[in-house]
Design a binder for this molecule. Structure first.
Ligand SMILES: Cc1cc2nc3c(=O)[nH]c(=O)nc-3n(C[C@H](O)[C@H](O)[C@H](O)COP(=O)(O)OP(=O)(O)OC[C@H]3O[C@@H](n4cnc5c(N)ncnc54)[C@H](O)[C@@H]3O)c2cc1C
Length: 327
């Protein structure tokens, strides 16, 4: 088939790590296949404590499974501030999720209708075994480019296999574009949707929309409560030597959280000291996946922090916590 314009939109696929015994093992799942489980695992072991691993840990712990997360690094969700990560870990532990850090999984054996997961502690070199009814591999995702024969089409990929695009999503072959997860970067449904708008404008509109226009972009991790973020966090601000003011608010202090009976979590804001502009906000709180969009609108429309500090929100709502966060 021939076409004047080609758009590659093949998404990403789960990375299957080189762990002995996982191939054709009926107890081993990816984030796609675990959705088809029809019985609740008594004990679910999750390999990988990234965002997807944490979402499944929260979900299955809420369903009533015993959940153990095995994470190879010494800390969880390194992209977030350490106080936020600590609050996330503590909250999930309260739900019964067990975390083993520095845990390098070596094998998953299929013995007597159970899975035996063997992992080593990379600090002590001790080796441990866990029995599980299901093992979820949550060890990352990579762009789905295999079998597309991109080299022949003059389409280059980067070291991680993501298709290289310019700000109008054109690949190294200008008649071929790439949208969504396959081009790497932020992997979210709404980014894939916004990529479509860029291509639409470039092909049929005024060519005014480009990738660099959309920053900052928010994201939510659907644990309970959800973790949502936009812009930079405190650690990134410090690394960039920015002169900032950090504001924090424990969820415990929010009236709506009290009425909901969900008082775990923490809110944080990073504000530029001189201009008062909001540089970033992290919300680990009930309804944060909604409230973060209000912060995004304030940031995108160029409001300084006093806009949210003084905004009249309904009461009791999670949004009104922004008044106190920015005070
Ligand atoms: C567990 C999990 C939870 C997630 N949660 C969220 C969330 O809460 N919010 C959010 O915004 N995002 C979430 N995401 C990310 C979101 O799913 C992706 O960013 C989004 O689906 C990417 O869209 P896409 O259009 O790039 O590709 P996809 O939606 O992946 O679509 C690509 C399609 O191309 C097909 N395909 C692949 N290769 C070929 C080929 N050679 N020929 C023909 N067809 C092919 C695939 O089968 C697939 O149907 C989550 C992802 C995972 C794995």
């Amino acid at each position: 088939m021939k076409a004047e314009q080609i758009i590659i939109n093949t998404g990403a696929e789960a990375v299957i790590p080189p762990i002995e015994g996982i191939t054709d093992n009926p107890f081993v799942y990816t984030s796609t296949s675990i959705m088809e489980l029809t019985t609740l695992p008594r004990h679910l072991v999750i390999v990988g404590g990234g965002y997807i691993g944490l979402e499944f840990s929260s979900m299955f712990a809420s369903f009533g499974s015993q959940v153990t997360v095995l994470e190879g690094y010494s800390e969880l969700i390194l992209r977030e501030d350490r106080d936020i990560a600590a609050s996330v870990q503590e909250t999930l532990e309260k739900k019964g999720v067990a975390f083993r850090l520095n845990a390098k999984v070596q094998s998953v054996k299929y013995v007597d209708q159970k899975a035996i997961v063997t992992f080593g502690d990379s600090l002590t070199n001790e080796v441990f075994e866990l029995e599980a009814d299901a093992v979820l591999l949550a060890t990352g995702r990579r762009p789905n480019t295999e079998g597309l024969n991109l080299k022949v089409a003059g389409v280059d990929v980067d070291a991680r296999g993501a298709i290289i695009v310019d700000e109008y999503l054109k690949t190294t072959n200008p008649d071929i574009r790439a949208v969504g997860d396959v081009k790497g970067g932020l992997q979210f449904t709404y980014i894939s949707l916004d990529d479509y708008r860029i291509v639409r404008e470039d092909l049929f509109g005024k060519k005014e929309k480009k990738m660099t226009d959309r920053n900052p972009v928010s994201y939510s991790v659907f644990i309970d409560p959800p973790l949502s973020r936009i812009g930079i966090n405190e650690e990134e601000a410090r690394k960039q030597n920015l002169d900032v003011v950090i504001k924090k608010l424990p969820v415990m202090a929010i009236p709506r959280a009290k009425t909901l009976g969900e008082t775990d979590g923490l809110l944080k804001a990073v504000i530029d000291k001189e201009s008062g502009m909001i540089l970033g906000v992290t919300l680990f709180a009930p309804d944060s996946s909604e409230v973060i969009n209000e912060v995004a609108i304030a940031m995108k429309t160029g409001q300084d922090y006093t806009f949210l500090r003084d905004f009249i929100f309904t009461h009791p709502s999670m949004s009104e916590a922004l008044n106190d966060l920015f005070t």
